[in-house]
Design a protein around this ligand. Structure first.
Ligand code: GLN
Ligand code: ZN
Length: 755
């Protein structure tokens, strides 16, 4: 029984990649230093595979920034604004162009960045046009293969497959309407063919072509293109063996049938995200003479694999393919590197977890268990023993309360609720919550954490900050104020640190994009709120002003989306537990006289399932959780929500169903068209379209904000319109924030005067 994995974290156990890239960008080290770090990190991954006893190792899973960007560069799809590679250019020039595509350069906008399927990893979106001419323009896969070979490792280069590459790309500006990058398939395949020949000539026995797009509706709909691509690549004679890797969901029988008609030798399926793959394989009478890589170890979550379940999943597959290889569901890119770094964690909890390095051991053990059941019996038994329950795992009170509430979220009082401003004070101005996180604030938090300052001193500094932020907002003339969130490191982690059933890690970093890493909290047990979380900050802020202060909470879906979440119960149940904790917080805020409460659901759309068929059920529980959190308030309290995007597509109904009074959304970059779109799609509540883009340092003028508001008013009545920036201000500095908010308030005044 052979074992393999799809890939390993690139960042290194101590985020070495982040440090090296940032040093390079700052000019503190040169190309040779950066390349040396890259080589070391790749080598460490191969050594980890070898130490665990993984039989087939991948290569080309490393990247300085992103694998989609690498693929665009590999095939010469570099937009003209980044310049052409000069004959004999040096490594520095090559790297600088690469990073310019990722991060932009002085006058050159970078490629757009977007989420990699439903993960928290972000990729750079290649720009293609009918004129894009692909060719094999780079040597990265070969170089990594050769590096491994030099170290004595035979590897399988991993590439983004042609279908996924094209379907995840976007038409470049100026491409004809209705044109799709998929039309380039024919022109792209010869470049892949050339690459396969080159790898074969260097000795590669196998390659892996990743086609996760097959788990989406768009990928499944492109089954003809899929078949065509792999028939053509499969028909090459001097090529390595081809493994098509599909992950993040089941692919459906049509794709499996099509795959069987191609010359590719193996398919890797994700049996964690798509356990129905086993039935689908049976439905197509197995893979015949082709092999299966069975992804049974979860590459996206941090829980230890249930060996018994994994083995019973593998058993029935053995007869459905020429050979079954044991593997991970997807690349281990999405989990932290090494659990051994978590020395302070409750041992009972740690015993339930597996990070990337531990997952290698699991794959290897499953391989041994299948090829030598007797030899592996003792080891397997040990791995099977259920670890003791960590403290805080079960909370009967939470369960009893949810039980008593029943499956339906209680309805909120209707009464005299209204979503917008109150005449004569239409168009109320507000912000999304955070104010700039200054050096002083960060220092205070760090000193408090390390014990350098005590609780009292910390409290004093935070209150001083709140005083400052409240005074500034009053001076600017904003209508609904916020306390500014100085006490929060991150909108999810802050709450996770204060809720039971959650823990945080010391070094559990995962790559979000480029050099940016996040440390998602781990939701391991029943969630509950030991004590109020935000109430004292919000009420303190309220005590400093006569204007209303808006309380600020992170919603249940977002709390799940940006965490690693227990998988022993449906997400919907976990969401209800989080919602219940928030419900108590909402009630406390209201009781203390807070009249506006915002529950951020920045990630509502992010967790949307990849396939349309799965969406209604998701939206149903997501909406239910939001309502459970917020429906306890009386009719005079205004519930706000905030979402960090402007494409609502098929979730408008869900946003309406949240039953919030006001939703603030990103709209600055879509020129307010969104307001009309939402209204036409049936959204009837208050709306705060972001009137300027906080992601750029530029200060908007009062004139342009005024124009934006007038545009919005063509689509909605003034009773429904709120005025706010498009997201929190924490990443900005006061020199931009202050004039921008003054201009925003001025613009609202001018428009109001005409009503
Ligand atoms: N209230 C949060 C803030 O202002 C919202 C952030 C977000 O939506 N990403 O920072
Ligand atoms: Zn936002």
């Amino acid at each position: 029984m052979t074992t393999t994995v799809h890939g390993y974290p690139r960042i290194g156990p101590d985020r070495e990649l982040k440090r090296a890239c940032e040093a390079y960008w700052a000019g503190r080290c040169g190309p040779a230093d950066l390349d040396a770090v890259g080589a070391r990190l790749r080598r460490a991954a191969w050594e980890a595979y070898a130490a665990a006893g993984i039989d087939e190792m991948p290569s080309n899973t490393f990247s300085y920034y992103d694998h989609m960007l690498d693929t665009a560069v590999l095939f010469g799809a570099v937009p003209g604004r980044f310049g052409r590679p000069a004959e004999g250019e040096d490594r520095g020039a090559e790297l600088d162009r690469y990073f310019a595509m990722a991060r932009g350069a002085r006058d050159t906008a970078p490629l757009e960045m977007t989420k990699w399927f439903d993960t928290n990893y972000h990729y750079l979106v290649p720009e293609l046009s009918p004129h894009t001419a692909f060719r094999l323009a780079g040597g990265k896969p070969l170089a990594e293969y050769t590096q491994a070979k030099g170290l004595g490792y035979e590897t399988r280069p991993v590439l983004v497959g042609p279908l996924t590459f094209l379907l995840l790309s976007k038409p470049a500006a100026g491409a004809p309407d209705g044109w799709s990058p998929l039309e380039l398939l024919e022109g792209l395949l010869p470049a892949y063919a050339e690459l396969l020949r080159v790898l074969r000539a260097a000795g590669a026995q196998g390659v892996q072509l990743d086609e996760p797009v097959l788990a989406t509706d768009a990928g499944r709909a492109a089954v003809a293109g899929f078949e065509r691509a792999y028939r053509e690549l499969g028909a090459l004679d001097d090529r390595p063996e081809i493994t098509v890797a599909a992950y993040f969901g089941p692919v459906g029988t049509q794709v499996l049938e099509a795959f069987k008609r191609t010359g590719a030798e193996r398919i890797a399926l994700d049996l964690v995200s798509g356990p129905e793959a086993a039935d689908e394989l049976a439905a197509v009478s197995g893979l015949g003479d082709k092999a299966l890589v069975a992804g049974v170890v979860d590459g996206r979550n941090v829980w230890r694999t249930d060996m018994r379940a994994a083995l019973s999943r593998l058993g029935p597959l053995l007869g459905l393919a020429r050979e079954v290889v044991v593997g991970t569901s997807c690349s281990l890119l999405h989990v932290p590197v090494d659990l051994d770094a978590e020395t302070d964690m409750d041992p009972a909890l740690r015993a339930r977890l597996a990070f990337a390095r531990q997952k290698l051991d699991e794959v290897a053990l499953l391989g041994r268990a299948l090829s030598d059941p007797e030899g592996a019996a003792a080891e397997l038994e040990r791995a099977r023993t259920a670890p003791p329950e960590p403290e805080g795992f079960r909370n009967p009170r939470v369960r009893a309360r949810l039980e008593a509430l029943g499956p339906q979220a209680p309805e909120r009082a209707r009464g005299g609720r209204r979503g917008g401003g109150d005449a004569p004070h239409y168009l109320p101005t507000t912000t999304i919550g955070s104010f700039p996180q200054t050096e002083d604030i960060r220092k205070a938090r760090a000193e408090h954490r390390s014990g350098a300052i005590g609780g009292e001193e910390y409290e004093r500094r935070m209150r001083a900050e709140i005083d400052k932020v409240i005074a500034l907002q009053e001076d600017i003339g904003l209508d609904v104020l916020v306390h500014g969130e100085p006490e929060r490191n991150d909108m999810v982690q802050y709450f996770a640190e204060r809720l039971g059933g959650y823990t945080t890690t010391a070094k559990g970093w995962v790559q979000s994009y480029g050099s940016r890493c996040v440390r998602p909290p781990i939701l391991f047990g029943d969630v509950h709120r030991p004590e109020p979380i935000t109430v004292r900050w919000t009420t303190y802020a309220q005590s400093r002003t006569d204007k209303p202060v808006k309380g600020m909470l992170t919603g249940p879906v977002t709390m799940l989306a940006w965490s690693f979440v227990r998988d022993d119960q449906p997400l919907a149940d976990t969401a209800r537990q989080v919602a219940l904790a928030l419900r108590d917080e909402v009630a406390d805020l209201e009781r203390e006289g807070i009249r506006h409460i915002q529950v951020d659901e920045a990630a509502l759309r992010e967790l949307l399932p990849l396939r349309a068929a799965d969406r209604p059920a998701y939206l149903d529980w997501a909406v239910g959780a939001f309502r459970l959190a917020t429906s306890g308030v009386g009719e005079r309290t205004r519930i706000h929500t905030h979402m960090c995007y402007s494409e609502f597509g098929d979730i408008v109904g869900a946003i309406e169903a949240l039953d919030a009074d006001v939703a603030s959304v990103e709209a600055a970059r879509s020129h307010m068209e969104l307001v009309g779109d939402l209204d036409r799609a049936g959204y009837r509540r208050g709306i705060g379209p972001g009137v300027y883009d906080i992601h750029a340092p530029r200060v908007p003028t009062a004139d342009e904000i005024e124009a934006a508001l007038r545009t919005a008013l063509r689509a909605v009545d003034p009773e429904r319109l709120w005025v706010n920036p498009d997201c929190g201000l924490k990443t900005r500095g006061y020199p931009e924030v202050e004039p921008a908010l003054r201009n925003m308030v001025e613009a609202a005044r001018r428009v109001r005067a005409d009503l």
